[in-house]
Ligand binder design. Structure first.
Ligand SMILES: [Mg+2]
Length: 393
């Protein structure tokens, strides 16, 4: 049986001089976690690597004070599943002991960083890419050979007016192989945003290839005003128009705007997702859900969310996780979701999936290295090597 001998965490700053309608990303950090095992292959320890999510903050305190000690203090026999090997679901439940229900806040991102690293370790120990492990465990062995991805960008560059840089950025994504794009709205006046939107629509040619994201900024009146102006474009989706927890606002907006909505990146538990599906007026055949396992306790919780979806008449294909995380790309393949977000070029060293994952006609075939493969991403490798040099020696 493999044992965990050490867990390390490091907060790493995002490279991002951009903002959306509400937040500036230049101060943001990510918790990177390494779970070091006692298994040695080729003279190096087998190490699970993970991080939480891009576009929030590191949770070093919670990880170091609560969750990592709970894992390290546990009896190693208490961390294994039925197959006698380290089990991410068992680990997740164990580190959540002594935590009250509800109020998920940032705790869910701390647990996610640790759980994702344990998944990476479990897949490496099994000698398979994560998506195969997920397919076997959650999906009767079925998986998608490639995953549809869309390029999320189109942020506001502080101090710059006009649409030239926006259009150049979006053109770059199309040249990289992406076919579907997303841009921000709500950080300028409605008229300016429509000008930005039309500039990008001219580039992509068809509203069904472009989504917009308001990041939860609008009140009902503003959300409806944007909806009325945008409806003729037939956009792929209108994301987080109002506060992510204001289900009444979402339900009312749905009476004024017909094309698809997307939301749920800020719901961190299956209980929250259940409430969304019950009370926000979303349509199982039309709308999209963007829960991010990196923000919401990890993959086990996402599986519980999928159970809620099925109970409420939704297909897992309606889920396109937020966050541009390589782990979520594996999840989309191995649990047969609807696709995954991508942040090509932005939010380094975490954004994008690495050179080994070429985008062809808007989709990616995941490479077959065991685990998640974060260490094969050129920008991320030095960060990981600094955290756990003995695994890279
Ligand atoms: Mg969003």
């Amino acid at each position: 049986m493999t044992r965990v001998v050490e867990v390390r965490e490091q907060a790493v700053r995002l490279e991002a001089a951009i903002r959306n309608s509400l937040v500036d990303f230049s101060q943001m950090t990510v918790s990177v976690v390494a779970v070091v095992s006692d298994r040695v292959v080729g003279g190096r320890p087998v190490v699970g690597l993970g991080f939480n999510s891009i576009g929030r903050y590191a949770q070093s305190g919670m990880l170091r004070d609560r969750f990592i000690p709970r894992l390290l203090d546990a009896d190693p026999d208490a961390l294994v599943g039925d197959d006698g090997e380290l089990d991410p679901g068992v680990v997740r439940d164990l580190v959540m002991r002594n935590e009250k229900p509800g109020g998920h806040g940032e705790r869910s991102g701390a647990v996610a960083a640790l759980e994702i690293a344990v998944w990476d370790l479990a897949a490496k120990l099994a000698g398979v890419p994560l998506y195969r492990l997920l397919a076997d465990r959650y999906n009767d062995g079925a998986y998608d050979p490639s995953v549809d991805v869309y390029a999320a960008g189109g942020y506001y560059y502080p101090g710059e007016d006009g649409t030239d840089r926006l259009v150049a950025e979006m053109r770059g994504y199309l040249e990289e192989g992406y076919t579907h794009l997303k841009m921000k709205i709500g950080g300028a006046s409605l008229d300016e945003d429509i000008e930005r939107l039309e500039a990008v629509l001219e580039l992509v040619g068809d509203g069904s290839r472009l989504a917009v994201d308001a990041n939860g900024r609008f009140d009902l009146e503003t959300a409806i005003a944007y909806g009325e102006r945008m409806e003729p474009y037939g956009l792929r989706w209108y994301e987080e128009a109002g506060d992510p927890l204001d289900y009444a606002l979402q339900a009312e907006l749905g009476r004024h705007y017909e094309p698809p909505f997307a939301t749920a990146e800020n719901l961190f538990s299956h209980q929250d997702v259940r409430n969304l599906l019950r009370y926000a007026g979303l349509r199982p055949e039309v709308d999209l859900l963007q829960m991010d396992p990196g923000l919401s306790y990890g993959i086990v919780e996402l599986d519980r969310m999928l159970d809620v979806l099925r109970d409420e008449g939704w297909s897992p294909r309606r889920v396109i996780p937020h966050g541009g995380h390589l782990m979520a790309l594996h999840m989309a393949a191995g649990m047969q979701l609807g696709g995954n977000e991508s942040y090509p070029g932005i939010f380094q060293p975490f954004g994008g999936f690495g050179r080994q994952h070429e985008v062809v006609d808007g989709a990616i075939a995941i490479s077959d290295e065991p685990g998640i493969g974060l260490e094969h991403k050129d920008e991320l490798r030095p960060v990981l090597a600094e955290l756990v040099p003995e695994a890279f020696a």
